[in-house]
Design a protein around this ligand. Structure first.
Ligand code: HEC
Length: 186
């Protein structure tokens, strides 16, 4: 009886984690990508209301790196979570070859006007990569919209931190970039 109780306790304790680990890569990649973007957006909005856009710049930068590290250590099957864009603000987010090809595929779909795929999955030996497009929303315009429309303080802060910033001039619905989750195969 004691053993039964103990094992059901262990099951209850670990089952959410196990279901995460053994979900198929599309479901699992989608869950992780959505959770990451939701968490980052939440932090961004909180930072904007606390200290305005200049303070929030810290969040889109430092918090995204912290979140990526946290997801990697929190979930055994997650090897990397990363955002990238060919119109990048931080050169660290420049796409590698495979990433650039996926991004180009999403862009061509969007240009055809027939709708954009929800995701792309690529298997590489013992790992699998999930990619999901990031489309620009209204909350992003302040820092990724027209440079001329930015408050002066924000523009000069961005200029000094990101001298080669390519991430302005976006409109709502544009392909801002891609989020990718690299996982070990179940
Ligand atoms: C307060 C300003 C601010 C807002 C609002 C903002 N961002 Fe950013 N964004 C940044 C900064 C700063 C970086 C560079 C981060 C870094 O150093 O890694 C960035 C980087 C990114 C990147 C990584 C690629 C790159 O350009 O380096 C993506 C993708 C991105 N933002 C998407 C969004 C989306 C989508 C929204 C709206 C939900 C948004 N951002 C809102 C400031 C902002």
């Amino acid at each position: 009886m004691k053993n039964l109780l103990l094992s059901s306790f262990i099951c209850v304790l670990f089952s959410p984690f196990l279901s995460f680990v053994y979900a198929d890569p599309v479901t699992r990649g989608g869950e992780v990508a959505t959770a990451y973007m939701k968490e980052l957006k939440g932090k961004l909005i909180a930072a904007m209301s606390e200290g305005g856009p200049v303070h929030a710049i810290e969040v889109c930068g430092t918090e995204s790196a912290k979140l990526s590290a946290a997801y990697k250590s929190k979930f055994e099957d997650v090897l990397e979570v990363r955002r990238f864009s060919d119109r990048f603000r931080n050169p660290k987010n420049k796409p590698a070859k495979e990433e650039a090809e996926v991004l180009q595929g999403f862009r061509e779909e969007l240009q055809k006007g027939t709708g954009i795929s929800d995701h792309v999955l690529i298997e590489n030996g013992s790992t699998v990569r999930f990619f999901k497009p990031i489309l620009l929303q209204s909350e992003c315009l302040l820092c990724h919209g027209e440079r001329d429309a930015m408050p002066e303080q924000l523009r000069s802060m961005l200029d000094s931190r990101y001298p080669d910033d390519k991430a302005t001039g976006f409109s709502i619905g544009d392909l801002r970039g891609v989020i990718t989750v690299t996982m070990s195969k179940p």
